[in-house]
Design a protein around this ligand. Structure first.
Ligand SMILES: *[C@@H]1O[C@H](CO)[C@@H](O)[C@H](O)[C@H]1NC(C)=O
Ligand SMILES: *[C@@H]1O[C@H](CO)[C@@H](O)[C@H](O)[C@H]1NC(C)=O
Ligand SMILES: *[C@@H]1O[C@H](CO)[C@@H](O)[C@H](O)[C@H]1NC(C)=O
Ligand SMILES: *[C@@H]1O[C@H](CO)[C@@H](O)[C@H](O)[C@H]1NC(C)=O
Ligand SMILES: *[C@@H]1O[C@H](CO)[C@@H](O)[C@H](O)[C@H]1NC(C)=O
Ligand SMILES: *[C@@H]1O[C@H](CO)[C@@H](O)[C@H](O)[C@H]1NC(C)=O
Length: 405
């Protein structure tokens, strides 16, 4: 009798486990018809000469527009490619027309082509700016314009590599021996792997590995948090300063920088299978998750004081969510389902909690509560890269069968 009821219990337990998904449900806004509507309205406003939306005003959520020579201008064309990808995942009229998104993505990317040979302000951020061209190659791998763009932009970044420092230079400085590297730069390394895939030349891949190794050693702290800026001496290669530019203090952890780091190191693991990289991505992810407040809303800096209330950064939340999903994919690749489930659920919770705060139906942007640069008093706006990473996270969840649209 006891034995019979025990085995019955085991049977029920097994059935219950099979029925209940271990994954958290994503928020419905991730697939709202408002997404296609707003993105299309922005796309149709295509100004001449070309200007790109970067962030909104704080009161009404209207886009503020900038010329092409800026690190953020690839995000809107990349958003159009992400909508094109979404039409392949979601067979719904509310997602819009695939051919139209692709045509718009191509038109919006075109004014960026001259930047390959002529830019003042993009500096190291060619990885971000080249995103639409890398997207184009996923649609048409023979598009020669996109191939030359990826190779041209990657050569621009390679030209900023120093053998002595072992990194690509982020910001230019008046004193060329002051060699500044920001954690954000981890995101630009992917273009080196894209170049390798197109040319078979491994030199740029080696630069990516060197840059990541140095960043792992000098930007990431023992607690898993990160410095925003590390300054090296370009003639000796030694670290001369660790500081912040956009964070609260030199030794604080600026949340968006931390998010770039999670994504960047998960990607380095994906490209190289070097164990230190997945360990670093995990440590940075754990720091991010362990330092969230109870409501899950991402503050612009994890160490900023609570009084006056610290503004949120919904863009950091969406970047981190993408980084966590990329990390979860790497965990799956090494047969660690516990890690994969943990980081996937953390990503979905981040999206859920920050969408709850920041979903902005009456704004031109999808999300509000982004902080571009708090030391420059630019907080609580919509941000183009917050919206972009919101859409790509939704696409990834559909691809993995964790959401339906
Ligand atoms: C190739 O890609 C470029 C840049 O992304 C785009 O402007 C162009 O329209 C594309 N060409 C074709 C034939 O699709
Ligand atoms: C870097 O080191 C060189 C040689 O010691 C020195 O002349 C230069 O001032 C240093 N630069 C910085 C930014 O510290
Ligand atoms: C590979 O790329 C590097 C950096 O751009 C370049 O110096 C080198 O000549 C290239 N090698 C070949 C075989 O093309
Ligand atoms: C940063 O340094 C200050 C002053 O030394 C210290 O009070 C603070 O606790 C440090 N913060 C962190 C996050 O390490
Ligand atoms: C979110 O944004 C609204 C205004 O857009 C603001 O009143 C609120 O304080 C913000 N919340 C956080 C946590 O930043
Ligand atoms: C947000 O920005 C406003 C000005 O644009 C500034 O007055 C305020 O101090 C910032 N908020 C915080 C908590 O830093």
């Amino acid at each position: 009798m006891l034995l019979a009821s025990l085995s019955l219990f085991a049977l029920f337990a097994r059935r219950a486990a099979a029925a209940a998904s271990p994954f958290v449900a994503p928020p419905a806004e991730l697939f709202s018809p408002l997404i296609a509507k707003k993105v299309l309205a922005t796309a149709e406003a295509f100004p001449s000469p070309a200007m790109y939306p970067q962030y909104t005003d704080r009161a009404e959520g209207k886009w503020i527009w900038f010329g092409p020579d800026l690190w953020t201008t690839g995000f809107f064309p990349a958003t159009l490619y992400a909508m094109h990808a979404r039409t392949k995942l979601c067979h719904h009229s509310s997602v819009g027309d695939g051919d139209q998104w692709l045509a718009l993505g191509r038109s919006w990317a075109t004014p960026e082509i001259p930047l390959i040979h002529n830019n003042m302000y993009i500096e190291h951020d060619v990885g971000f700016v080249s995103q639409p061209f890398r997207d184009e190659l996923k649609v048409n791998r023979d598009n020669q314009t996109a191939i030359s763009a990826v190779n041209g932009f990657s050569d621009d970044l390679a030209a900023r590599f120093s053998e002595i420092v072992g990194c690509t230079r982020s910001w230019d400085t008046a004193d060329p021996t002051d060699f500044q590297v920001i954690i954000d730069n981890m995101m630009n390394l992917e273009i080196f792997f894209a170049n390798e895939a197109l040319t078979g030349n491994h030199t740029l891949r080696d630069m990516a590995i060197s840059h990541a190794d140095k960043t792992m050693a000098n930007h990431v702290r023992p607690d898993g948090g990160s410095f925003h800026v590390v300054e090296y001496n370009s003639t000796t290669g030694v670290v001369i300063k660790r500081r912040t530019a956009q964070g609260y203090a030199d030794n604080s952890t600026w949340s968006r920088g931390q998010a770039w780091g999670i994504y960047g190191f998960a990607n380095m693991y994906k490209r190289t299978q070097k164990y230190d990289y997945i360990q670093t991505a995990r440590r940075m992810a754990d720091y991010f998750l362990d330092n969230l407040p109870d409501d899950g809303v991402v503050p612009w800096d994890f160490n900023a004081p609570l009084d006056p209330p610290r503004p949120a950064d919904s863009s950091a939340a969406m970047i981190a969510a993408n980084g966590l999903l990329l990390l979860a994919e790497q965990e799956t690749s090494i047969f660690n389902p516990v890690g994969a489930t943990r980081y996937t659920n953390a990503a979905i919770r981040l999206i859920r909690d920050n969408t709850r705060l920041a979903w902005a139906p009456t704004w031109q942007s999808l999300l509000s509560n982004g902080t571009v640069n708090n030391p420059q008093h630019n907080n609580l706006t919509g941000i183009i890269y917050g919206d972009y990473y919101f859409i790509t996270a939704g696409n990834t969840l559909v691809e993995r069968g964790l959401a339906s649209c």
